[in-house]
Ligand binder design. Structure first.
Ligand SMILES: O=P(O)(O)O[C@@H]1[C@@H](OP(=O)(O)O)[C@H](OP(=O)(O)O)[C@H](O)[C@H](OP(=O)(O)O)[C@H]1OP(=O)(O)O
Ligand SMILES: Nc1ncnc2c1ncn2[C@@H]1O[C@H](COP(=O)(O)OP(=O)(O)O)[C@@H](O)[C@H]1O
Ligand SMILES: [Mg+2]
Ligand SMILES: [Mg+2]
Length: 356
């Protein structure tokens, strides 16, 4: 799909809302627009996603390129709609899967982005990282791995023993096992001590926390195009924090905040982007292994180990609208993140975000 390349190549600052462009959200006008288009993209997305993805700027560029976006009515057979050249979606239900398969049998020429079963693979924080272990990056100096992790399905009381048996080192990041687009599936917490682990709420993944200088790299893979941006992340945990903090701390959603770290005044060793050839190889390998063309990788670089990267999260059809975030947002956002303690009753010092 060449849409993304089109957008970043022809980036136009200050594109204004053109009412005609909103035709993409109304079927009759959309059908008229489609008639004049060279490429018709049918989409089945949540309202939230439509709002964040189909922004006026994208629609303006798409229209210039002869591309139109038509909403799919999921209550009607696909064959009665369109015709589409591409179907864009982020749905994995069995019913929708059958719908798409039936449609594809009749219209094999239509590109479906992407196969629902491949998308589903990313809806579980254990399976999403499985392919990273098999990556063939032997020709690179850098190492790319995942933090050591453990899946807990039930019985919170068994967590301390399971953690000890797996040899995981505290602190641990606890992440809901399933990622289903709800805000709950992004409610993460940090566990500092073993005794507090039974307070966690399975099913979840427990992942070793990796110090990374408070900066995260969001690597966007859109077909063959790759784009990387820096985001502010969680602060490092030092020995003092480990000795003085107990309990479970709810983590803020730092990565989804609008603040890009691309123009902030950072230590160059922390700010340095991962090498381009590494990202290109990573993108190619993961695209093939995951069978997906539209996703992003959240990557961190271990503090003090400049050649070791960890992939901590992979998201299908992420918020591409945030790739080019203006630097003017930064000063308003930096420093507003706090880690809020939820697991013990006595108040403990809050841990601020690096750079804040
Ligand atoms: O809604 P947003 O703008 O916070 O975007 C979410 C992404 O935030 P980010 O790219 O980090 O800023 C978010 O990325 P993270 O998981 O926060 O790294 C997901 O891609 C999320 O999709 P889902 O809820 O997992 O289905 C994305 O949600 P949708 O765009 O699918 O609604
Ligand atoms: N193992 C880890 N070590 C250090 N920080 C982490 C780790 N896992 C997650 N984080 C931090 O928590 C944030 C959210 O975690 P992530 O796995 O990306 O979940 P989500 O799907 O909700 O974005 C990351 O952007 C990063 O700042
Ligand atoms: Mg993430
Ligand atoms: Mg995610």
């Amino acid at each position: 799909m060449r849409l993304h390349g089109d957008v970043s190549d022809d980036e136009e600052e200050g594109a204004v809302m053109d009412p005609a462009l909103l035709s993409s959200s109304s079927p009759p006008a959309g059908a008229a627009a489609a008639a004049a288009s060279r490429l018709v993209v049918g989409y089945a997305l949540t309202k939230k996603k439509v709002k964040s993805f189909l922004q006026p700027k994208l629609l303006l560029l798409a229209r210039k390129k002869g591309i139109s976006f038509i909403p799919i009515d999921e209550t009607r057979p696909l064959s009665e709609q369109g015709p589409f050249d591409i179907i864009l979606h982020k749905k994995t239900s069995k019913e929708w899967q059958r719908f798409l398969e039936d449609y594809h049998e009749v219209h094999p020429e239509v590109t479906v982005l992407d196969p629902p079963n491949a998308i589903e693979h990313l809806n579980n924080r254990q399976s999403m990282l499985e392919e990273v272990a098999d990556l063939n990056l032997s020709s690179f100096y850098e190492e790319v791995c995942t933090p050591r992790q453990l899946v807990i399905m039930k019985d919170p009381s068994s967590i301390p023993t399971a953690v000890a048996m797996a040899g995981l080192t505290l602190p641990l990041v606890a992440k809901p096992l399933v990622v289903d687009g709800t805000s709950k599936s992004h409610e993460l917490s940090l566990a500092y001590d073993e005794a507090s682990l039974p307070m966690l709420d399975p099913p979840l993944v427990l992942q070793e926390f990796v110090n990374h200088g408070g900066i995260l790299f969001k690597v966007y893979i859109i077909g063959e195009a790759i784009q990387v941006v820096r985001r502010f992340s969680l602060p490092d945990v030092n020995t003092y924090d480990l000795l003085n903090n107990v309990g479970i701390y709810r983590l803020p959603r730092v990565s989804c905040a609008a603040a890009s770290a691309d123009h902030a005044d950072l230590d160059p060793r922390i700010a340095e982007l991962p090498p381009r050839p590494l990202l290109e190889k990573l993108g190619r390998e993961l695209r093939g292994r995951l069978g997906l063309r539209l996703f992003n990788i959240d990557m961190i670089r271990e503090l003090g180990a400049n050649d070791r990267y960890y992939i901590i999260d992979i998201n299908y059809f992420p918020a591409e609208g945030k790739i080019n975030v203006s630097s003017r947002h930064i000063s308003a956002r930096v420093g507003q993140f706090n880690i809020v303690q939820v697991g013990v009753s006595s108040p403990l010092p809050k841990v601020g975000l690096a750079g804040g």
